[in-house]
Design a protein around this ligand. Sequence first.
Ligand code: NAP
Length: 272
Amino acid sequence: MTIKFGMIGGGIMGEALLSRLVSKSIYQPSEILVSEPNQARRSFLAQHYGVGVTGDNRSAACATDVLLLAIKPQIFEIVLSDLADTLSSFPEEIAPVVVSILAGTPLSKLESGFPGWPVIRAMPNTPATVGSGISAITAGTCVQPHHLDFARQILQAVGDVVEVPESMMDAVTGLSGSGPAYVSILIEALTDGGVYAGLPRPIAAKLALQTVLGTATMLHETKMHPAELKDRVTSPGGTTIAGLAQLEKAGFRSALIEAVKAAARRSQELGS
Ligand SMILES: NC(=O)c1ccc[n+]([C@@H]2O[C@H](COP(=O)([O-])OP(=O)(O)OC[C@H]3O[C@@H](n4cnc5c(N)ncnc54)[C@H](OP(=O)(O)O)[C@@H]3O)[C@@H](O)[C@H]2O)c1
């Protein structure tokens, strides 16, 4: 059977992607080969998903459609040295598109590692591990439209996908990359507020989580502007405007804006 999808690194994000590629029948298990150094991990992935596994990174790089890099950024150079022979002998015309999810690793570095190969840099976020992520992708110089289709298809298995120029990747990191942490402390703080107001913690936690989930679902499904939804639940002289006034006094909006700006700045510093 032809290997269409090769993956180097079978960790958390790699498993999230391959589990959905299989469950959504985007690739048959027999068309997937995962390269992973840990024997126990290889056995787990083979048993759970029926995919091919190997300890040899070169085998995964010989896929026909996609080579997904799902290793930690600091392992990139090691993987490149493993692939040295493959990269020098593999005809560029039939090279798979390399999709890298390595945080903070720029296209220039990826493309110099895979000279002549089509390369796409992707930035997924943690909710991708439960199929509710958002990934930003940016295409390298050798990428053709069908390569972008491959990348979109794969990343859409774990959520939504947007295409951005690489210059926006730091901003993406500051918003959707770090955003799950901001939303998590929002939920935690709402829970504490509920406890302060007299609710038992488990009930407060359930109300807080479902309020955030339900609001996001409603905005997503109705395409309503967030300001409109806010106005709809804010009656004159009522409870919500009292709460909103307190949020404004505490600089809630400004705090979130500054958080995204600070994280984007930090991403830029770490990448330079
Ligand atoms: N997790 C997220 O939410 C998230 C979000 C956005 C981006 N990312 C990016 O996704 C990438 C993977 O993250 P992750 O959370 O999935 O990390 P992870 O769980 O540590 O997975 C990395 C995998 O690569 C394996 N590996 C180590 N050395 C290797 C080698 N020489 N050749 C092949 N495989 C090797 C590791 O095996 P061992 O465990 O045996 O070392 C591990 O199974 C990172 O670059 C990260 O920046 C992750």
